[in-house]
Design a protein around this ligand. Structure first.
Ligand code: NAD
Length: 248
């Protein structure tokens, strides 16, 4: 049996990148996985791995409540959905601020609010939130509202952990450095003009990583598996940095 045998796991933003790699890793470890994403088309290949898939926009509060109610008693919630704006305090728009907080922070509260009663009732469960090394751990240039929201995710994670620690439920967050995912490709493309070329823009992201390479979605998924599994039973309220030495 795998490390997640018998566990029912719910993943948001599982269509690509870290969410997808984690849904696959959870399933490979024997977990029963419900993978969701705003874009149902991106979930198509997951069914072949025995994963149940549903379209879910985490900004739709009613849809989130319905999806979690339909899922049954969850053992693991992985809140992966998030958006990376590239801005400063001077260039951030009101719309970017509102979307970043709605998606990166408020939506995670909503899913936790829907999942925690069942976990507390049964006295077990693991919530994993997606934060970032960029935010309160490290200030990153041009990540104003992103870093602000990811700092909030760490605070929210610790607050939930403090309220659930004596009741069998754990809540931790992941703080990755720069990970090679489709949305990183979009950020590279957006920076290409300023950097001189796509290669130079990508090189600037690689140069941030002390190891001289980007992380992979599978490396982040491995940490998510650990936090989801009972082997991490003594770990709660932690901001787990996995960043190739960026914050070293
Ligand atoms: P990504 O950004 O490439 O993909 C994001 C996925 O989220 C897409 O499949 C998209 O359809 C989905 N999505 C977007 N809005 C949604 C919504 N409202 N509801 C449901 N799904 C929605 O994936 P990624 O780069 O692996 O990022 C995933 C998470 O990891 C984000 O929270 C991001 O902030 C965080 N993160 C990424 C990096 C990195 O370098 N890639 C580093 C640290 C943290």
């Amino acid at each position: 049996a795998g490390r997640l045998a018998g566990k029912l796991c719910f993943v948001t933003a599982a269509g690509q990148g870290i969410g997808r790699a984690t849904a696959l890793a959870f399933a490979a470890e024997g977990g029963t996985v419900i993978a969701t994403d705003r874009d149902a088309g991106k979930l198509a290949g997951l069914a072949a791995h025995g994963i149940e898939t549903h379209a879910l926009d985490v900004l739709d509060d009613a849809a989130v409540e319905a999806a979690i109610a339909a899922a049954g008693m969850l053992d693991v919630l992985f809140n992966c959905a998030g958006i990376v704006h590239q801005n400063t305090a001077l260039t951030c728009t009101e719309a970017e601020w509102d979307l970043a907080f709605a998606l990166n922070v408020r939506a995670m509260w909503r899913t936790m609010r829907a999942v925690l009663p069942g976990m507390l009732e049964r006295g077990r469960g693991s919530v994993i939130n997606m934060a970032s090394a960029a935010g309160s751990i490290k200030g990153a240039p041009n990540r104003f509202v992103y870093g602000t929201t990811k700092a909030a995710v760490i605070g929210m994670t610790k607050a939930v952990a403090a309220d659930t620690v004596a009741r069998g439920v754990r809540c931790n967050c992941l703080c990755p450095g720069t990970i090679d995912t489709p949305s990183l490709g979009e950020r590279v493309a957006a920076n290409a003009a300023a950097a001189g070329s796509v290669e130079a823009a990508r090189g600037a992201f690689v140069a941030r990583q002390a190891m001289g390479r980007l992380g992979t979605a599978e490396e982040i998924a491995s940490l998510a598996v650990y936090l989801a599994a009972d082997e991490s039973a003594f770990v709660t309220g932690q901001a787990m940095v996995i960043d190739g030495g960026w914050t070293l």
